[in-house]
Design a protein around this ligand. Structure first.
Ligand code: B12
Ligand code: SF4
Ligand code: SF4
Length: 303
């Protein structure tokens, strides 16, 4: 029964377009939450106060689904064959498309969960993408999706790290996957390439120094010592330089292909977008998180 259910679930997820699916037994994430608490107590979360709440749920997902037995981790590739032009302001790959991944993936996960729940009686599921109190990278590592790279993102040896993570909690036992080996070994390319020194220690990122944090999450002024290196929303540098991002596996999902209104546009063309235009172009995009004020602030740093 366990084997059949596990096989069926993987088939359903892959059919819905997920690149990789893995299963982990439910357990408390005590070590991981302790690392998170240390990270927060050192102030490495910068202005992201929300991450210091809900530690109990992050540690014990049975507070989310009380009879949870397993965690299903899913990876969805967002990379496309497009590249950044270094002489233009850059928006990171995950955000330059028309759609917000939260919406795209939640729609898919709804379909997946409905199908899983129809496989046998009394199946209960609960899914998350990014914005819940869930330690997504920790579950992905436990489920064998990939290893935690020194740049702080989960890597698969074939697809690299340009994929989103999501999870489904389920009240059934499954055939569990094993974590994969950490293949970073002696490499430090990402650590050395980060222009702001945000990867302050291998596997650890300080949001106070991270371009991604400042261009997306920071609502205040960006300190003058943070060189945005041409990024106006997010930052892909530490992933672009990683030898595992061979860029041979691309999504077929057109939601993540760059919007032509913003792709390869120079600073003057982008500065012409007024608030109304911004709200229209980015209506369904993650970029709207920065709001028009944040967008202008980021652009002004390029002038
Ligand atoms: C907060 C957050 C950020 C912050 C902090 C970044 C970070 N590295 O955590 C900021 C705003 C900077 C950020 C940026 C980005 N993010 Co982000 N982010 C998150 C979020 C919401 C929470 C992550 C978190 O808990 N961080 C806190 C730290 C403490 O956790 P941690 O790095 O996981 O640390 C763990 C391990 O390192 C371990 N650990 C630490 N020390 C030690 C020591 C020992 C001995 C051991 C054993 C373990 C250990 O324990 C910790 C807890 O698990 C997740 C979604 C989620 N709900 O999980 C997305 C998420 C991690 N982000 C994602 C993405 C895509 C990005 C960006 C690439 C976006 C971009 N292009 O700009 C950048 C990448 C920056 C980078 N180099 O990490 C993806 C990553 C996908 C993947 N393949 O891994 C996620 C999973 C969202 C998603 N659903 O897809 N992000
Ligand atoms: S996202 Fe950019 S700033 Fe942040 S750690 Fe990676 S290279 Fe450094
Ligand atoms: S660049 Fe090297 S050290 Fe960094 S994540 Fe990739 S393999 Fe690991």
């Amino acid at each position: 029964m366990k084997a059949i259910l596990s096989k069926k679930i993987k088939e359903i997820c892959l059919l819905e377009g997920f690149f990789k699916v893995g299963f982990a037994k439910h357990e408390r994430l005590s070590n991981e939450v302790n690392h998170l608490k240390d990270w927060v107590s050192e102030g490495r979360n910068a202005g992201m106060g929300w991450i210091s709440g809900n530690h109990e749920k992050r540690e014990d997902v049975s507070l989310i689904l009380n009879n949870v037995k397993s965690v299903i981790s899913l990876a969805y590739v967002y990379d496309t064959p497009f590249i950044h032009n270094d002489s233009m302001p850059k928006i990171s790959r995950y955000a330059w498309g028309e759609k917000d991944y939260h919406k795209v993936l939640k729609k898919k996960l709804k379909v997946v969960c409905k199908e899983i729940e129809s496989l046998c009686v009394n199946v209960q599921t609960k899914f998350y993408v990014d914005d819940g109190p869930v330690m997504e990278k920790a579950w992905a590592v436990k489920s064998g999706i990939g290893w935690m790279g020194k740049h702080g993102n989960v890597i698969d040896s074939e697809a690299g790290s340009f994929f989103f993570l999501s999870e489904i909690f389920i009240n059934k036992e499954l055939e569990y996957d094993k974590p994969v080996d950490d293949l970073c070994e002696t490499c430090r390319v990402c650590v050395d390439a980060c222009p702001t020194g945000a990867i302050y220690k291998e596997y650890k990122v300080d949001a106070n120094l991270c371009i991604s944090y400042h261009t997306i999450e920071n609502r205040a002024d960006i300190p003058s010592y943070i060189d945005l290196s041409g990024w106006i929303f997010g930052c892909d540098i530490c992933q672009d330089v990683c030898p595992y991002n061979k860029r041979i596996i691309f999504t077929e999902d057109k939601s993540f292909y760059p919007m032509m209104e913003i792709y390869e546009k120079d600073i003057y063309e982008l500065s012409e977008i007024n608030e109304e235009g911004f709200n229209k172009v980015f209506a369904d995009s993650p970029v709207k998180r920065a709001k028009y004020a944040g967008w202008k602030r980021n652009l002004n740093r390029m002038l």
